[in-house]
Ligand binder design. Structure first.
Ligand code: ARG
Length: 372
C-alpha cells in the first residue's frame, strides 16, 4: 500500500471522545452546551478522522491524566499543572527548542513549577513528533572496554543512539554529561539537539556533617521531565508531551545514586563513614542510604531548589486520596510505586492498600514505546 494514502493512525474512536467530553462536562462548566460540543466533535471526526481539543479541554485532560497516574505519590496538586499548548509544533528542531523553553520556564531558578508541554498529536494523516529520551535531562552512560559503565548505566542505549544520530561526546567524558535530545519530527526525520547549559540546573551533593562527601563528586539535575510517555485524551494521542514535577529526595538518594545498576554509590559512602561492610547484617547499606538521602535533602535545600521528602509526600498523598473520595472519585494507586524506597514502614502510605490501577483509565499517560 502506498505510504501516502495509508492512515498514520486509525480515526479517533467516537466513544472515547464522548467519554472524555462527558467527564469534562461533569467536572467543568464550559459555556458551550454539551450537546452542541458533542455534535461538533462527531462532525469533525466524521470529516477528518480526528478533532481538535479546545484549550480548556486540553488543560483539563492533561491534569486528569496526572490524577489518573496510579504510580505517582505527588498527585495532590494535579489541578494546578501548568499546561504549555504547543500543538502547532511538530518539526524536530522546533520540538527541541520548546523543550529547552519548558526547562527554563519550569525550573525558575529552583522554584520548580509542575508543567507539561503538549506537541502535535497523531492524526490519520500524520504522526506527531516523538522524543526518544526518557527524560529531557539525562546523564550519558558510556560502556567501557572492560564492560563497566562510565556515567548512568540506565542510559547506555540512549547514549549509543545519540552518538549514532551524530552526537559527539565531550573530549573527556564524565559521569554527569547531559545527553542531547533525540527527536523524531512529524516528517519522521530524527535529529540530535544539544541542551544549552543555562537551562540545566544541577545541584552538587554535599553532606551537612561530612565534608568528605564533596569528594565523591556527586550531583543531580533539579528537574525530572518525563518525555517518553504519550498523553491520551478523548481518543487523541499526543506522542510528545513532556511533563515535570519536582523531585522527592529518595528518588535521587535511594535509587539513582544508590541502586547497584545505577550509580552504585553505597560502598563508597560506607567506606567514608567507616562502616563495617563485611556482613550485610551490620546494615551498612541501610546506614549509607540514609546519609545519602540526607545529603540530597541538605544540598537541594542549600541550593534553594524545590525538593520534597517521603514523609511529607506520604501525608500529602493520603490527603489527596481523602479529597478524591470526598469528590466521589476512586483513587487507584500502585502500592509498589507509592511506598518510598527507604523507610517504607515509617510512612503512612505503607500501612494500607489502594484501589487497583485501571489500565483503561483515560485521560492517561501511556507507557513508552517499547518500555516498562
Ligand atoms: N524517578 C525518576 C528519576 O529519578 C523521576 C520520576 C518522576 N519524579 C517526580 N518527582 N516527578 O529521575
Amino acid at each position: 500500500m502506498d505510504r501516502a494514502v495509508r492512515p498514520a493512525v486509525e480515526p479517533v474512536d467516537l466513544a472515547a471522545a464522548e467519554d472524555f467530553l462527558r467527564l469534562f462536562y461533569a467536572e467543568v462548566s464550559p459555556s458551550v452546551p454539551y450537546e452542541v460540543r458533542l455534535a461538533a466533535v462527531r462532525a469533525e471526526i466524521d470529516a477528518t478522522g480526528t478533532y481538535e481539543h479546545s484549550a480548556d479541554e486540553l488543560l483539563f485532560g492533561a491534569r486528569v491524566a496526572w490524577r489518573n497516574s496510579a504510580r505517582c505519590i505527588g498527585r495532590l496538586y494535579w489541578n494546578s499543572l501548568h499546561v504549555r499548548d504547543r500543538r502547532s509544533v511538530s518539526a524536530g528542531p522546533d520540538v527541541a527548542l520548546e523543550c529547552v523553553r519548558h526547562l527554563a520556564e519550569s525550573t525558575r531558578d529552583g522554584s520548580i513549577r509542575s508543567s507539561i508541554t503538549i506537541f502535535a498529536p497523531d492524526s490519520p494523516v500524520r504522526l506527531g513528533p516523538r522524543i526518544h529520551n526518557e527524560q529531557l535531562i539525562r546523564y550519558a552512560g558510556y560502556r567501557q572496554p572492560d564492560g563497566t559503565v562510565l556515567g548512568d548505566p540506565r542510559t547506555v542505549d540512549l547514549t549509543a543512539e545519540a552518538e549514532a544520530a551524530g552526537w559527539r561526546r565531550p573530549a573527556t567524558p564524565g559521569r554527569f554529561d547531559v545527553l542531547p535530545l533525540v527527536v523524531t519530527g512529524a516528517d519522521r526525520v530524527t535529529g540530535v539537539h544539544e541542551i544549552p547549559d543555562d537551562v540545566v540546573l544541577e545541584v552538587p551533593i554535599s553532606h551537612p556533617e561530612h565534608p568528605w562527601f564533596d569528594e565523591l563528586g556527586l550531583r543531580w539535575h533539579a528537574v525530572p521531565v518525563i518525555s517518553d510517555m504519550a498523553l491520551e485524551i478523548g481518543g487523541v494521542r499526543y506522542p510528545a508531551a513532556p511533563f515535570n514535577g519536582y523531585y522527592m529526595g529518595s528518588e535521587i538518594g535511594a535509587r539513582n545514586l544508590a541502586d547497584t545498576d545505577r550509580y552504585d554509590m553505597l560502598p563508597a559512602i560506607a567506606a567514608g563513614l567507616g562502616l563495617d561492610t563485611r556482613s550485610v547484617r551490620t546494615l551498612w547499606r541501610d546506614r549509607a542510604l540514609v546519609e545519602l538521602v540526607r545529603a540530597v535533602h541538605h544540598s537541594f535545600d542549600s541550593a534553594g531548589v524545590s525538593l520534597t521528602d517521603h514523609h511529607t509526600e506520604s501525608e500529602r498523598f493520603l490527603m489527596h486520596v481523602r479529597r478524591e473520595e470526598r469528590a466521589g472519585r476512586r483513587c487507584p494507586a500502585d502500592w509498589s510505586w507509592i511506598v518510598p524506597p527507604i523507610s517504607g514502614g515509617t510512612t503512612s502510605v505503607f500501612h494500607r492498600y489502594y484501589d487497583a490501577p485501571d489500565p483503561d483509565a483515560r485521560p492517561a499517560f501511556l507507557p513508552p514505546f517499547g518500555r516498562r
